[in-house]
Design a protein around this ligand. Structure first.
Ligand code: COA
Length: 328
């Protein structure tokens, strides 16, 4: 990987106000708080109102960033929104956000790699800036998962929630933040986690077509706890650094049991891990920026820290990276 010339300079986040607790879910499906907490670690999640969409979450996350870091969006030259729940098939969420922020001279594109969206977005932004093509990129990870959640399916509706975060990635040759990365995809396992609205088949196999998320939880679990540890080893090898140099591990907040298993396999203390799932559930592309921002706001993440981010999920695809955190 060529030496990076990019750095994350600011962060913001947003979650909708409406809470959906495990006790609320007990009234919708045959489940209970104890089962959900024991299997996933999740206690509650946030849910958008019917007139709120991913572009609203994205826009509000950027407003939060602007308020806190006094950053102008006028010279942003690319808007990247990572999401699997766009408001429309077209226009893209990125174009909607570009318009809401009145950014005049920027490209706009959505990236859909489900729960690994945000780390893919950062990887692309680093590449665009390091290559010299762009100078200032907004990367947003946001999902309104409640829009595609089947609230009659107790094995999936307990997992997901809505929310997201935004970071600004800017040109910086002197103090670059992107140290190494690893990306991968096992598309042949795509039927373990899908949401269909156009096709009735995946690799010639017939699938359920409800427009809602369908998941084989056990398969996804097994895949995540074998793939992510290998990916983490590649990220650290690519950076030529041992894992004990990592200050914070910020995995996709899918499920606490998955995170614990990954930590055990790579011998990383769970105390060094930040996650947003307890109060927000699995917010797909929103989960890593939400965890990052919680870490910043709670005073855990400090400038100079080395952060290991790892996104994984639908695709089945994954992307991880080691970054040095230096806001401002
Ligand atoms: N409440 C109570 N019981 C439930 C339940 C719920 N919400 N969901 C499923 N069950 C039941 C099942 O019906 C099954 O009952 P049975 O033994 O009588 O047939 C039992 O619990 C075990 O089901 P199983 O699906 O094997 O549970 P599990 O231990 O695999 O846990 C998940 C289910 C979804 C929590 C787990 O597979 C998981 O977390 N997978 C990864 C999902 C994920 O993180 N996806 C996103 C990745 S980006």
């Amino acid at each position: 990987m060529p030496n990076s010339k990019a750095r994350i300079t600011a962060i913001g986040s947003y979650v909708p106000e409406r809470k959906l607790t495990n006790y609320d879910l007990e009234k919708l499906v045959d489940t209970n708080d104890e089962w959900i907490v024991q299997r996933t670690g999740i206690k509650e999640r946030r849910i958008v109102q019917s007139d709120e969409s991913t572009s609203d979450i994205s826009y509000k996350a950027v407003l939060n960033l602007m308020e806190r870091y006094n950053k102008s969006m006028d010279d942003v030259d690319m808007v990247i929104v990572c999401t699997m729940t766009p408001d429309f098939k077209t226009p893209s969420v990125a174009s909607l956000v570009q318009a809401k922020l009145d950014i005049k001279n920027a490209g706009a594109l959505d990236i859909n790699t489900a729960c690994s969206g945000f780390t893919y977005g950062l990887h692309v932004a680093n590449g665009l800036i390091t290559s010299g093509l762009h100078k200032k990129i907004l990367v947003i990870g946001a999902d309104a998962m409640s829009k595609i959640t089947d609230f009659e399916d107790r094995s999936t509706c307990i997992l997901f929630g809505d929310g997201g975060g935004a970071v600004l990635v800017e040109y910086d040759e002197k103090q670059p933040g992107f140290l190494s990365a690893n990306v991968g995809s096992e598309g042949e396992k795509g039927k373990s986690l899908y949401c269909s609205n156009l096709s009735h088949h995946i690799f010639e196999e017939e699938i359920i077509n409800t427009g809602k998320l369908v998941q084989n939880g056990r398969e996804v679990y097994k895949w995540a706890v074998t793939t992510v540890p290998k990916g983490i080893k590649s990220v650290m090898e690519n950076a030529s650094l041992p894992l004990n140099k990592v200050d914070w591990f910020i995995p996709h907040s899918a499920n606490l049991r998955i995170i614990e298993s990954i930590c055990e396999k790579v011998d990383l203390p769970i105390e060094k891990t930040l996650y947003s799932l307890v109060n927000y559930g699995n917010t797909s592309a929103g989960s890593i920026p939400l965890s990052l921002d919680m870490g910043v706001l709670e005073g855990n993440i400090k400038n100079g820290d080395k952060l290991l981010l790892y996104g994984f999920g639908g695709g089945l695809a994954h992307a991880g990276m080691l970054i040095e955190w230096n806001l401002g």
